[in-house]
Ligand binder design. Structure first.
Ligand SMILES: [Zn+2]
Length: 466
């Protein structure tokens, strides 16, 4: 471990401009290079989950922060199991406003190294990129958060909000790290007003920025298992007690069912924001998507896009089927698992009642497979959203800052349940193909330029939200 602090590396080393201004100018080139070195070392800590091994990552971040005088605590080791941990740090300021939390998960998904062109846990820096599992999802963002926090402390910028830094275990498997943290340490979060973590997406397509995406909402998984019971017998003599045709009929009704279209506030804003990228009537339709959905041609065009369709309604995908395991055996039971995803403002009991009505068969038994997470929809009219817009426009004047809904699931609802305004924030402008190939895929990487960009961008957001 080097003994120099990051502060000595990143400050310009010149005296403040005026005696009354204690703010130290930052050497952003040095800071970017320091961030790249630190990210490379962080990616070399193998936290593939399972098993996770987040304790090693927590120790790494603890040492990084300690070098600049920020104490971090390693927590929840007994509850999370051997080699696992959450991390918590707080930069205390004497301000009067509520705190803002920077949250990342320290685990990563496993790799198939034979498909990578570098060792995914070597922290390779080459061809202008930092390579490794977690570069984008989401050790890159976690490291950027730590460096922005250090930069704020070193530069002496006046802050009105404490900045909390949290590293969670186990996001990629059970989400248990965030759940345990929230259950055991509500006192550490009591004064937190805003929280930033993954789930944002700045879309860059062939070098052109389409928008800055702030995640304000995500869909909720509401997986159901339906079961029909019957009487087992020989397939050569058909019976009315065969559960398979009855299950198939139920699934057919679900497959035919069109869930209602419904526009939530963030989704309305998203369509309105992207409308100028389209021509003629399509632009008009997207600028007021709720009105457009009442017109058949517009509705057909909009819902033909699988992403747009999924953010405008609850969705039902029939996926797992099980019945007999032998052609000549009528089974005693047939069941199916159904991947249902709800818009954030939906009532689960009402949705279940509607599905039961659609199927219309009392012989079909319903079971919710996992308790649904709390809903995630955060308001848009906030100081943090305005700070993100301002920092984004510093870099790309006139760029759209919009609110695409995530169709998948993150740890955010666990924190949102405490009333914290929770945003998905993307510190990078990642080329779409890099994100598509790398996140949970192979050759995950983030450009050196993006690492420096991300630290400065988040530093400005945190400065502006004060
Ligand atoms: Zn992630």
């Amino acid at each position: 471990m080097r003994v120099t602090t990051v502060c000595t590396a990143l400050l310009c080393g010149i005296a403040p401009l005026a005696a009354q201004s204690p703010v130290q100018p930052i050497n952003w080139d040095s800071l970017g290079a320091e961030a790249v070195r630190n990210l490379s070392a962080y990616l070399a800590v193998n936290t593939a989950n399972p098993p996770g091994n987040e304790l090693a990552a927590a120790r790494f971040l603890q040492q990084l922060l300690a070098r600049d005088g920020i104490d971090a605590q390693i927590l929840d080791t007994a509850e999370l199991g051997p080699g696992r941990a959450n991390l918590y740090a707080r930069y205390h300021v004497a301000g009067g406003k509520k705190a803002i939390a920077l949250v990342s998960h320290m685990d990563v998904v496993p790799v198939m190294p034979q498909f990578w062109s570098v060792d995914p846990f070597s922290g390779a820096v080459k061809d202008g990129y930092v390579w490794g599992r977690g570069a984008l999802d989401m050790k890159g963002e976690g490291l950027v958060q730590a460096m922005a926090l250090i930069a704020l402390k070193c530069s002496g910028v006046t802050l009105d909000r404490d900045i909390v830094f949290i590293g969670n275990a186990d996001e990629e498997v059970g989400g248990n790290g965030a759940v345990v943290f929230v259950q055991r340490h509500p006192d550490l979060l009591r004064d937190v007003e805003f929280l930033m973590t993954e789930g944002g997406d700045n879309l860059v397509d062939h070098g052109k920025l389409a928008y800055y995406g702030v995640g304000v909402a995500e869909k909720r998984t509401f997986w159901q298992r339906i079961t029909v019971r019957g009487v087992a017998s020989h397939g050569s003599r058909p019976t009315k007690q065969n559960p398979v045709p009855r299950l198939v009929a139920a699934l057919h009704r679900l497959a035919q069912y069109q869930t209602p279209l419904h526009v939530t506030p963030g989704v309305a804003k998203y369509f309105h924001d992207i409308a100028p990228q389209y021509d003629a009537e399509e632009r008009v339709w997207l600028s007021d998507v709720a009105a457009a959905l009442k017109q058949p041609p517009a509705r057909a065009w909009i819902t033909d896009n699988v992403y747009w369709n999924a953010i405008l309604r609850n969705t039902i995908s029939l996926t797992v089927l099980s019945a007999s395991n032998k052609t000549n055996v009528i089974p005693a039971e047939a069941s199916a698992e159904i991947d249902i995803r709800l818009l954030p403002d939906q009532d689960t009991a009402a949705v279940r009642a509607e599905l039961v009505r659609v199927v219309g068969d009392t012989g079909v038994h319903w079971e919710t497979m996992y308790p649904p997470k709390p809903p995630l929809e955060s308001p848009i009219e906030t100081d943090l959203f305005r700070a993100i817009v301002r920092a984004a426009h510093d870099r790309d004047p006139g760029a759209q800052v919009t609110t695409p809904m995530l169709t998948g699931a993150t740890d955010r609802p666990t924190y949102r349940a405490l009333g914290i305004v929770t945003y998905g924030f993307d510190p990078f402008k990642t080329e779409e193909t890099d994100a598509q190939h790398g996140v949970h895929g192979n050759d995950e990487r983030v450009s050196v330029a993006n690492v420096a960009f991300g630290v400065h961008y988040l530093y400005d957001v945190l400065r502006y939200v004060q």
